[in-house]
Structures are given as structure tokens and as C-alpha cells.
Design a protein around this ligand. Structure first.
Ligand SMILES: Cc1ncc(COP(=O)(O)O)c(C=O)c1O
Length: 403
């Protein structure tokens, strides 16, 4: 259910025309996995609030939109099949993961002898947070190898679980190939285990329907700026209610500490305890607007359209002599390749000169996978549901012009 949407119907042509009209960029944008193009209603919501801050004053403007702001966790929760108290908004996926992991480590006193299991596709900062935890608390990290074709080896993951395993963190889709991991199958494997199951949804939020209950995860995180099409500096953290009510954040919320006794503090229920007084209010209103925009289109229909657009990219790239695709024929959202003669950087710069945005997957982006398979560095081409045939033609022409 987190892979191929059950409803295979794609977004209809009239709706696609409308969503394309919501974009102002003249470029052929194939970097939605980096940051998508902000749709007009999201941009409008952000700009309107910045304007209101300038007119009323920032604190006064926040009061004026108080109800809408308070509803942001509920909107994000609806998209993920969670409740508002299970959702916190943060500035980046890295910050969300770091906040969750360090709070867990402090609350449950992770130490030497404890283990964290991580998949081969882990993003650089998922890895570096684990490395920092190892350095400060001695927690061991075990990397589960993947099958050579890039699928998670669920049997290897099950075999590496033991009573010392505190956390299992799995990447729903890596940063550098569009292979979807069946995270619900991992959730079933972990059912009954005491380990916290965390899922990195960074590259799937906004391109596939996600239901944290169906996945069976305890923690999930993703930025808003990628396929969800929210402003930069936005992200979402999910922590299952029973766990959220137990964690003690490293940074206590405003007003939590008893002024007469620094050792006493009271925490709000659920993830409201992670809320901080200061954040980018306009961007936060924007991420909720982006979630509403995606839900109005239907994440199942977005998923089906994405599958179609991704196949089209794969066909166009595969027709180039010598171009080596680094993913599978089923990859979606992220299609990466190695050019026969040019470096990924030279390809990206060359395409950009023709108005085509792509990106480079550096080897450091997914360090375990880079060490295990010849998939990095590479050029990342990431379409979205709004990618048109004209965009595809421009990509193809720009690639021909490189030779
Ligand atoms: C799979 C994956 N995880 C995590 C991240 C980190 O997201 P952020 O830059 O918002 O911290 C990225 C960013 O590209 C990613 O691709």
C-alpha cells in the first residue's frame, strides 16, 4: 500500500493543466527530489503572511492566524494517517531525525552494548547522527546489506535483530535511486519487537500515499520542500503517541520549567513537547498549504501519475547510447544515470545551460550504498506528476546537445 497505489487512475488532463498553470518557472525542472517548484497557492500563502508580518508586526500576525497555525500538525497528520499530537513541524528532515534520536537516547539511556540497525540506503545525515551517537554514547551501528539489485534484504534485517537492538531505521526511498522499500513488510517483521522502528520518508512524502499505521513505524520524518512542494526550511516528524508521551526533549519548550525548581518541569502531551516558540511562521503555513494541495489532488493519483512520468524518463534516458541507469526499471521519482564520457557535474551544468534542471548525487549522499555498489556519483533526474511531454523533449534535446 506504500508502493504501487491501489487506485491506478492518474491525474486527469484538465487537472494537470491547472496544476502546471500554478507554476511560474520557465525551466524544465527535473530536480523535484531536491526541491520541487512551489505551486501558486503555497507561494501565495507564504507571501501573504510575510506581508501581514510587515503590516501588523510578526507577533501580532501570528496571533491573527492563530487557529490556522494551531491546525498545522492536524493537517500534516491527516496526510500521514496520524493524530495531531503525533506530529511536530521542524526545519529539515535531518533536524527531525536528530531530535527524535537524541531524545530517545537521553530518555531511554542508550549506551555501549546497545545497537541501532540501519539499511544500506541511509542518507548521509542519518548516518552521521548515528556516528555522533556512537561517539558520545558508544551505541553500535549495524548496516544491513541490500540485494545487488537495490532491494532491502529483509531476511538479513530480521537475522541481525537481537535483544540489544534499540532502533531500526529504514529508508523508504534513497536519495539517489527511486527504488521503493516495502517498509510495511519491515514493520511486520518488527511487530512484537521492543526496537523503535524509524522510517525516512524524505523522498516519498508527497509522491506516494503514506499511512504510518499501515507501515507500523514508531518514528518517521521527511522535509516539506521535496515532492510535497512546500517551502524550504520545513519538515515533519511523526512519533507514535505512546512513545511521544514518554520522550523528554533535549530542548524543553517555553514555560516547561518550574521557576522555583529547575529540576521540575511539565511537558505538554505528545509531540507538542517538541514545539519551540520561534520558527518561520510563513513557511509553516506554507507546508500545511502544500499538504492540502497534495491531498486535494489525491496522493494515490499523484503516485500513479508519477509512475507514468518516471517510466517516460527511463525510456528516454535508456535510448541514449552508453548511458547507464543506476536504478531499476520500476524506479519512480528519482531516475539516476552515469554518462559514458562526462562527469555527473559536467552533465548537470551542461543541461542547466539548456534550461533543464537536474542534480548530482554525490558519493557522500548515501555512504553505505556508495561503498557497496557502483551507483554513485551519478546524475539525478527527478520528475513529478506535473512533468510534461514538453519537459521530457527538452531533457532529451539538452542531452543530445552534450555530445
Ligand atoms: C533520503 C533522504 N533522507 C534525508 C534527507 C535529508 O533531508 P534534509 O536536507 O531536509 O535534512 C534527504 C535529503 O536529500 C534525503 O534524500
Amino acid at each position: 500500500m506504500n508502493d504501487i497505489p491501489p487506485d491506478r487512475s492518474t491525474i486527469d488532463t484538465a487537472t494537470l493543466e491547472r496544476v502546471r498553470a500554478d507554476v511560474t518557472s520557465a525551466r524544465a525542472h527535473f530536480n523535484h527530489a531536491g526541491m520541487s517548484l512551489t505551486p501558486a497557492p503555497v507561494l501565495d500563502r507564504v507571501l501573504t503572511h510575510l506581508q501581514l508580518e510587515a503590516e501588523l508586526g510578526g507577533y501580532e500576525a501570528a496571533v491573527a492566524v492563530g487557529d490556522e497555525l494551531a491546525a498545522v500538525p492536524a493537517v500534516l497528520a491527516e496526510m500521514l494517517g496520524a493524530t495531531a499530537d503525533e506530529i511536530a513541524a521542524t526545519e529539515s528532515a535531518t533536524r527531525a531525525w536528530e531530535t527524535a534520536l537524541w531524545s530517545l537516547a537521553e530518555t531511554f539511556d542508550y549506551r555501549g552494548g546497545d545497537r541501532i540497525i540501519v539499511d544500506q540506503f541511509a542518507y548521509a545525515t542519518v548516518h552521521s547522527t548515528l556516528a555522533a551517537l556512537h561517539r558520545s554514547r558508544g551505541v553500535e551501528m549495524t548496516v544491513v546489506p541490500a540485494h545487488p539489485d537495490g532491494r532491502l534484504d529483509a531476511a538479513a534485517l530480521a537475522a541481525s535483530l537481537d535483544e540489544h537492538t534499540r532502533v531500526v531505521v529504514v529508508t523508504h526511498m534513497p536519495t539517489h535511486v527511486g527504488t521503493v522499500t516495502d517498509v510495511a513488510a519491515v514493520g511486520r517483521l518488527l511487530a512484537g519487537s521492543d526496537a523503535v522502528f524509524a522510517v525516512d520518508l524524505s523522498q516519498t512524502l508527497g509522491q506516494l500515499p503514506i499511512d504510518v499505521g499501515a507501515i507500523g513505524c514508531d518514528v518517521a520524518f521527511a522535509p516539506g520542500r521535496k515532492f510535497l512542494r512546500a517551502p524550504r526550511g520545513t519538515a515533519v516528524l511523526y512519533v507514535r503517541a505512546a512513545l511521544a508521551d514518554q520522550i523528554v526533549p533535549l530542548a524543553l519548550p517555553f514555560g516547561a520549567v518550574d521557576p522555583d525548581d529547575l529540576g521540575r518541569f511539565t511537558l505538554p502531551a505528545g509531540l507538542r513537547r517538541l514545539d519551540q516558540f520561534e520558527y518561520g511562521v510563513a513557511a509553516r503555513l506554507g507546508v500545511a498549504e502544500a499538504a492540502r494541495y497534495a491531498m486535494a489532488l489525491g496522493l494515490d493519483r499523484i503516485g500513479a501519475t508519477m509512475a507514468d512520468r518516471s517510466r517516460a524518463v527511463i525510456e528516454r534516458l535508456a535510448s541514449f547510447d552508453g548511458v547507464r541507469l543506476t536504478g531499476t526499471p520500476d524506479d519512480r521519482g528519482i531516475i539516476s544515470f552515469v554518462h559514458p564520457t562526462l562527469s555527473p557535474e559536467a552533465v548537470q551544468v551542461g543541461l542547466s545551460a539548456h534550461g533543464v534542471n537536474t542534480w548530482v548525487n554525490p558519493a557522500g549522499g548515501a555512504p553505505f550504498d556508495a561503498a557497496a555498489r557502483p551507483v554513485l556519483p551519478s546524475v539525478r533526474v527527478s520528475p513529478h506528476y506535473l512533468t510534461s511531454d514538453d519537459d521530457l523533449d527538452r531533457l532529451e534535446r539538452a542531452l543530445h546537445a552534450l555530445d
